[in-house]
Ligand binder design. Sequence first.
Ligand SMILES: CC(C)(COP(=O)(O)OP(=O)(O)OC[C@H]1O[C@@H](n2cnc3c(N)ncnc32)[C@H](O)[C@@H]1OP(=O)(O)O)[C@@H](O)C(=O)NCCC(=O)NCCS
Length: 171
Amino acid sequence: MVTTLRAAGAQDASAVARILIDTRAAFMPYAPAAHSDDEIREWVAHGLVPGGGLIVAERDGRIVGAMATGIGHDGAWITQMAVNPAQVGHGVGSELLAHALRTLPRPIRLHTFQANLGARRFYERFGFVATVFSDGRNNEERCPDILYVLAAPSHEAGDSCQLQAERPGHH
Ligand SMILES: CC(C)(COP(=O)(O)OP(=O)(O)OC[C@H]1O[C@@H](n2cnc3c(N)ncnc32)[C@H](O)[C@@H]1OP(=O)(O)O)[C@@H](O)C(=O)NCCC(=O)NCCS
């Protein structure tokens, strides 16, 4: 199956919001969304999409996945990663993550919930290392989470002691 990756535009906002809402409902019963569906749609349309760094994955002309990334003073972050529940386990997430690894500077950081065992396996397969376990007091859902880090190769490492720096988002 051919997957096309491209930067998201305003026309993609409702499809991306749908995926974020549906994955949360389908796979994260332990972390109910802290916002209503309408609030999520509003945030995607007026915050996430215009903010840049949002990539959508298409198969057969339909959006089947989305990934948001950003670069802060402490390196790169993956702030959103979600695949349509009907399409999980068919390689879409791997294509999105491989794109992030090709394009982002190291270190790359992300948060995931401790209970999200599938996502933890997924990130660890790509070399991310569980670095800081927290009780969830710093995320909106108050759900225990993990900071994962994909460090620079040792000859490029420079700021690997700043692992607890500010967190620009959560997913
Ligand atoms: C995690 C996720 C982005 C991976 O994308 P994907 O296209 O399903 O992944 P791929 O097909 O490329 O790779 C398969 C791996 O994804 C993970 N995975 C599969 N289904 C999953 C699910 N329902 N929830 C979480 N991870 C899942 C597993 O690690 C799986 O490998 P395994 O079965 O050998 O353990 C996707 O499953 C998803 O959106 N899950 C729900 C939302 C989520 O957990 N997002 C990440 C938040 S940090």
